[in-house]
Design a protein around this ligand. Structure first.
Ligand SMILES: C[S@@+](CC[C@H](N)C(=O)[O-])C[C@H]1O[C@@H](n2cnc3c(N)ncnc32)[C@H](O)[C@@H]1O
Length: 286
């Protein structure tokens, strides 16, 4: 399970030590090719990453220092969106596609703090996420969690597998956080979203966040270029308008499509939320 480093400003702050010394990756994991889940984990201050991931992640940070605040903003958004859906809307089922490596406040932990009977299905296609999936399967006894090793581009297989845990006659929250950018073709990304939503009951919700190029556009595009040169899978930044397109036919929940820190922020007497280049929204299927 990933260790959390809430105070770490620089993910590679412990320079001088070799964090990989004496550490064998799980069987079948190629650590020479940087992978999105492991780079994301590095930016979040976790330990489930390897030298190649840290090298690309740090090169990207040199041109786009906002990537650490972006990763954190995404996780905080996840927590607020799940709290809203479980607490205010009454959703009890979550389908989290592109889960990432386990960290603090995974979807089931946030949902089951509000409603212990919540049922969560996680989906990812990274073998290291699969190797750590047991950390995602620590459900409250009244609820359930399951993990499916599948590609987001195969929505029908995901829906079939998830039906073993979720009741598709009742509303589900479909979470696509930081994953649609990896489906770089716009039509493919829209088709994946629509086909997943087609299997869900009225009252279901779509939750999306993804990288954008409108706050620090040039730097973020340069970081994405570095990513696409060496890391897998490729990533495409989208505009907020393109992200809004995933919600066609849904009722957007207030405040609509905004930078993650601006989505229903927890009120702080000390600071106002600051926009970063990751936008999000929640929409309801009528
Ligand atoms: C940037 S991470 C985001 C993780 C998490 N959703 C979050 O917001 O913290 C993207 C995740 O999507 C997964 N992913 C990328 N492409 C995928 C695909 N085609 N099918 C399934 N998972 C995918 C990666 O393995 C990775 O775990």
């Amino acid at each position: 399970m990933t260790e959390h480093n809430p105070s770490g400003q620089n993910p590679s702050g412990d320079a001088g030590q070799d964090p990989d010394a004496g550490r064998e990756p799980p069987a079948g994991i190629d650590t020479s090719v940087p992978q999105t889940a492991r780079i994301w984990n590095h930016w979040l201050g976790g330990k489930d990453n390897y030298a190649a991931d840290r090298e690309v992640g740090d090169n990207m940070l040199k041109v786009m220092p906002d990537l650490v605040p972006i990763a954190r903003a995404s996780r905080y958004f996840l927590a607020r969106a799940v709290r809203y859906l479980a607490g205010e809307v009454g959703i009890r089922q979550f389908l989290d596609v592109g889960t990432g490596l386990p960290t603090v406040d995974n979807t089931h932990e946030v949902a089951q703090r509000v409603a212990p009977e919540s049922r969560i299905v996680y989906v990812d296609n990274d073998p290291l996420v699969l190797a750590h999936a047991r950390a995602l399967l620590t459900s409250s006894p009244r609820g359930a969690t399951a993990y499916i090793d599948a590609d987001a581009r195969d929505p029908e297989a995901i829906l079939t597998g998830a039906a073993e845990t979720l009741d598709f006659s009742r509303p589900v929250a479909l979470m696509l956080l930081g994953v649609l950018g990896h489906i770089t073709d716009d039509d493919d990304a829209k088709s994946v979203t629509d086909r997943l939503l087609a299997g869900l009951a009225p009252g279901s919700h779509l939750v999306v966040d993804d990288g954008t190029n409108v706050i620090r556009g040039e730097e973020h595009e340069e970081a994405a270029r570095i990513w696409n040169e060496s890391a897998k899978p490729p990533y495409r930044l989208r505009t907020p308008e393109e992200i809004a397109g995933f919600f066609d036919g849904l009722e957007l929940v207030e405040p609509g499509v905004v930078s993650c820190p601006l989505w229903r922020p927890d009120h702080s007497p000390f600071e106002a939320p600051v926009e970063v280049d990751i936008f999000c929204a929640v929409g309801r299927k009528p």
